[in-house]
Design a protein around this ligand. Sequence first.
Ligand code: TMP
Length: 209
Amino acid sequence: MRGAFITLEGTEGVGKTTCLDFVRESLSAADIPTVVTREPGGTELGEKIRNWILEGNHGELSAETETLLMFAARAFHLDEVIRPALAAGRWVICDRFSDATVAYQGGGRRADKGWIKSLRAAVHAGLEPDLTLLLDAPVEVGLHRIRARAPDHFERENRDFFARVRAAYLELARDEPHRIKVIDAAPSLTEVNSRVSAHVTAFLGRFCP
Ligand code: TMP
């Protein structure tokens, strides 16, 4: 049986990394073998694309160029890491995936969402995450949390950009409530972890009955 594919999504500063550690520990406690990876990244090529984009020394990038770079990194990541791990029965926990392209390039940068949908179908037809945990918090909360770090290419964007990203994520969640679980990331870490835990437990019951 193939492993499950779990993704984590959200705007900046919502606590994805902490949540990811918590999910990995919960699955390890259930003796489930996991592979933890991220996008853009997860392969040598993907990490190069990630660094090149995030360092931001490239001047203006069009929404379309950003989109295609994300999908180029993703196609390789799927071939090299995600599909082989799932086929070997391991569970893949991925920090961001195609929903991020819909939210950031589609929502934030206003690239055509129909076009992104067609790229999604071309690059990973038949493979979508089995569970997506969408950490959601008001844009101001997230931006306040990241104010101390040097901003990357995306973090330099303004509040309206992140408001569009957040709205695009919430629209995806409304369209696919079975897959995408929205978790309020504004409360304390303990509270957020307990909500994440409830979703992971329910998913375990569905995926390995
Ligand atoms: P993060 O992994 O620290 O969240 O940083 C990755 C950044 O890349 C984040 O700002 C979101 C952005 N991103 C996109 O714009 N589109 C994508 O498809 C992905 C995967 C990430």
